[in-house]
Design a protein around this ligand. Sequence first.
Ligand code: SF4
Ligand code: SF4
Length: 198
Amino acid sequence: MARMKFLCDAERCIACNGCVTACKNANEPATPWGIQRRRVVTLNEGEPGQKSISVSCMHCTDAPCKAVCPVDCFYTTPDGIVLHNKDQCIGCGYCFYACPFGAPQFPEREAFGSRGKMDKCTFCAGGPLPDNSKEEYEAYGSNRVAEGKLPLCAEMCATKSLLAGDGEVISKIYLKRVMKRGTRPDTWGWERAYMQAL
Ligand code: SF4
Ligand code: SF4
């Protein structure tokens, strides 16, 4: 079975934020103001070697968020997507501190209030509610995976910097690019999330 992964090719990212907009469009009801499942980060801004990367939940192989959650919110689908159950979440924030990518987000409902239910990228695969139901869409956003589609962020990436899909397939696409460029592979986050080199 395919194991779904994200790969951001920093040599191609032009920081247009198209992926961020696509994510908001696909998951709007589940991502109110203040919740941003995906963001573009620029490294070494203004210096030689400046690069941008698109970051969200990487759907880690051995997810640290899952290991620390005291109420077992997280589960991994057979194709390797890390999802969570908002009904179980108590908003403790442990997952935020455990995640190496800063992926978990919390709504700010009150100025000094407690955190709400955690939200993060679902790889456009919804959540534990019936596939493509109104309830699932409102709580978790789109379930494109159930329709045989890939996450909208990667689909909309104009330069195909952000790749999503079967890890075997996207790593081959990336390695082909690297060979053509004659550079070394530089996939920010890949080894950390998937505990393997390309
Ligand atoms: S990126 Fe963060 S939230 Fe996503 S699976 Fe890994 S540890 Fe969990
Ligand atoms: S905030 Fe929610 S999902 Fe995160 S560790 Fe706490 S209970 Fe689990």
